[in-house]
Design a binder for this molecule. Structure first.
Ligand code: IMP
Ligand code: MG
Length: 170
């Protein structure tokens, strides 16, 4: 049986999202912003983030998977999308940066489409886990190197529905 320990409460998440949305709205004022959520982990974050924004946005999704049911990155990343991003201002929205391998692959892939600008917003950053450097212009929270679930993030497809973020202890 797994025990859940709350790491970030629903109130803390929502409050941080309001400031991120304010910052992003200011930075992209007067521009058409195209937000790309990385499925499935970022679905909840993207939904809350766009509702807190002051500027209109266009929303897309893409898929990236590397994990399977294990708690560590396999390093093999599969990217799937049908995006057309040439000359667009693109902000990729991700749940969590760990090794950076997933985001590195995604950013490489999307930059081939020559967007006008390409930036990254990650809700969580496990800085200690980094194997490749990926610049993230917007980060919600820096967290310790623990496996977390909830608020879109899963362990073997469980716990995505929780409104808060917790870590698992066996
Ligand atoms: P990276 O390639 O190691 O940076 O891993 C990034 C991806 O792995 C994220 O987009 C998540 O989908 C998943 N991931 C990394 N750490 C966790 C975690 O603690 N809980 C749930 N998913 C995670
Ligand atoms: Mg992810």
């Amino acid at each position: 049986m797994d025990t859940l320990h709350t790491l970030i409460t629903e109130e803390e998440i929502q409050s941080r999202i309001r400031s991120l949305a304010e910052e992003i709205s200011k930075d992209y004022e007067g521009k058409d912003l195209h937000m790309v959520g990385v499925l499935k982990g970022a679905f909840m974050f993207l939904a809350d983030l766009v509702r807190a924004m002051r500027i209109p946005t266009t929303i897309y999704f893409m898929q990236a998977s590397s994990y399977g049911n294990r708690q560590s990155s396999s390093g093999e990343v599969m990217v799937r999308h049908d995006l057309v991003l040439a000359d667009k201002h693109v902000l990729v929205v991700e749940d969590i940066l760990d090794t950076g391998l997933t985001m590195n692959k995604i950013m490489d892939d999307l930059s081939l489409q020559t967007p006008s600008s390409l930036k990254l917003c990650a809700l969580l950053d496990k800085t200690e886990g980094r194997k490749v450097q990926v610049p993230a212009q917007y980060v919600g929270f820096h967290i310790p190197n623990k496996f977390v679930i909830g608020y879109g993030m899963d362990y073997a497809e469980q716990y995505r529905d929780l409104p808060y973020i917790a870590y698992l202890e066996p």
